[in-house]
Write a protein that binds this ligand. Structure first.
Ligand SMILES: Cc1cc2nc3c(=O)[nH]c(=O)nc-3n(C[C@H](O)[C@H](O)[C@H](O)COP(=O)(O)O)c2cc1C
Ligand code: SF4
Length: 487
């Protein structure tokens, strides 16, 4: 009798917990996995203690280490993102570890923002200014949201990214899947043109300039990005697995429901640097917007040719967005993700050095992506010459991504990278928008604080001489030496 009533009590408690989990809005995992989802929070809470006895360190997980994820989660919730006791990185033995060199004296007293305070941190260059584009502008934020399509991400994720970006004054790149209603929640947009020309294609799937002009006029599009390739799968077109092709996405893209949607691996609107620059100028003339390219870096002939043709001065891209081979994707073959295209630092340096040597670097804006939403990586990117950084997966972490790495299966447990309404319901748009905004503001604050430690007033003023790459405790070389930058 007593056992039965105890069991009854237990069942009632579990029922109550399940009801609470299903209706609360703070945690997508609990909304989607009532009761059992608490195991995740228990592991997160007691993981550090357990790991001292059982498994790996805070720095072993990939793509993002536990420390990096913890920093994004805490920043996005405006919780305490500090660490205690000192670094647990194996600085003494790690090869290729970046060290930022602070200065004893610097500019002014500094801004002293605390953890919950934001700082405006606009770019230093006018995007499209040097080429006289009609709608040239200064980006309001040095950190912006990288292209990730509606399709690979859920509508709720896209909405939250858009609202979060709007609150933080950042722009939101549409990704190659077209401009959906969920991109119209207030943020400035960069419209991405992929090889399938979603949003700006004719009935035969060819690029259609008139459609592009109409589309960008209908939304707050500030710039246009022609996607040549993406670090996680360069040389392959985008792939949206059939499971994610819902009727709505099929409608927006003009494709068949439920069938794999593979974009061509190369553009049909141009076939070499010469015709690409012609198209860039055509689009810039027709829209008045700055036009740039996004690309991973592999064979360097393309960049040599681009620099050579831009040196003539009559045609040119307004920005170059270099995506590192370590970049993310919704779905890609393993070999492409693991082994095609240089990692960001090598690829970006190769590109930037070529523009520097031709004296062209002031004529365009350099953007980078590839784990640059983590402060130390972003600092190195700025030191190498990036003017702005884009963040993709780190913003997904702020949305609640737990790095389950199931984005390609349509079974994302937290409703970020799925079209399945069962999972999408867990993602509360207003709450996650706030977290995205908090994360962007926190990252900008950390970047400014590091810049001030280095003695300058903006992260883009950190130079290749301000960061060393150290090998354990025996060797150090500046970024300038490692990546071959000249004065
Ligand atoms: C789910 C997902 C979808 C993506 N979709 C696109 C896309 O449509 N176009 C694009 O250029 N890059 C796309 N990317 C790549 C990101 O924009 C970014 O360049 C890359 O992930 C590196 O940034 P990160 O390390 O901050 O994620 C996608 C990445 C992810 C994770
Ligand atoms: S939780 Fe997993 S499936 Fe969902 S977005 Fe993150 S990595 Fe992808």
């Amino acid at each position: 009798m007593r056992t039965r009533s105890l069991l009854g009590l237990g069942a009632a408690a579990l029922g109550g917990l399940a009801a609470y989990d299903l209706t609360q809005r703070h945690h997508a995992v609990l909304r989607n996995y009532p009761v059992v989802g608490h195991a995740r929070y228990l592991m997160e809470r007691f993981g550090p203690e357990l790991r001292q006895y059982v498994v790996a360190s805070n720095d072993e997980e990939r793509p993002f280490t536990r420390d990096q994820r913890r920093w994004v989660y805490a920043s996005s919730k405006l919780e305490n993102a500090y660490v205690g006791f000192g670094t647990d990185n194996d600085v003494e033995r790690t090869v290729g570890y970046p060290i930022v060199k602070h200065r004893t004296f610097g500019v002014g007293p500094g801004t002293h923002p605390h953890s919950e305070e934001g700082v405006p941190l606009p770019g230093l260059k006018v995007l499209g200014g040097p080429r006289g584009r009609r709608h040239a502008f200064t980006p309001a934020s040095v950190v912006n949201i990288s292209g990730m399509s509606f399709g690979s991400l859920s509508h709720a994720a896209v909405e939250a990214l858009d609202e979060g970006a709007a609150r933080a004054g950042a722009w939101h790149n549409t990704g190659e899947g077209g401009l959906s209603p969920y991109h119209r929640r207030g943020a400035d947009l960069v419209f991405q043109i992929g090889t399938a020309y979603f949003g700006c294609r004719d009935a035969q799937g060819r690029f259609d300039l008139d459609r592009l002009v109409d589309l960008v006029a209908s939304a707050p599009v500030r710039a246009i990005e022609i996607k040549l390739s993406q670090g996680a799968k360069p040389g392959l077109g985008g792939l949206l697995p059939g499971a994610k092709v819902t009727p709505e996405i099929a409608e927006i893209r003009g494709i068949e429901v439920g069938k794999d949607c593979a974009s061509p691996s190369r553009h049909t609107a141009f076939s070499d640097v010469d015709s690409m620059l012609d198209l860039v100028e055509t689009i810039a003339d027709a829209t008045g917007l700055p036009v740039g390219i996004k690309s991973a870096v592999g064979n360097l002939d393309f960049w040599e040719e681009l620099v050579a043709q831009m040196s003539a001065g009559d045609r040119g891209v307004d920005f170059v967005n270099v995506d590192g081979g370590e970049g993310g994707t919704g779905a890609a073959p393993l070999i492409f993700s693991d082994a095609v295209a240089y990692p960001f630092r090598i690829g970006f340096a190769e590109v930037r050095r070529r523009f520097d040597a031709a004296g062209l670097s002031d004529d365009l804006t350099f953007i980078g992506a590839g784990k640059l939403g983590i402060p130390e990586n972003a600092v190195v990117a700025f030191a190498l010459g990036a003017d702005l950084v884009n963040v993709g997966r780190e913003a997904m972490l702020a949305l609640g991504c737990i790095q389950a790495q199931k984005c390609h299966t349509d079974r994302c447990p937290v409703g970020v990278a799925t079209q399945d309404p069962r999972f999408v319901r867990g993602l509360d748009v207003p709450l996650k928008a706030e977290r995205v905004a908090n994360y962007l503001v926190s990252l900008r604050r950390d970047l400014l604080k590091v810049a001030e430690a280095v003695g300058v007033d903006h992260p883009a003023r950190i130079t290749v001489d301000d960061v060393d790459i150290v090998d354990g405790v025996t060797e150090r070389r500046s970024l300038r030496e490692v990546y071959g930058y000249v004065d």
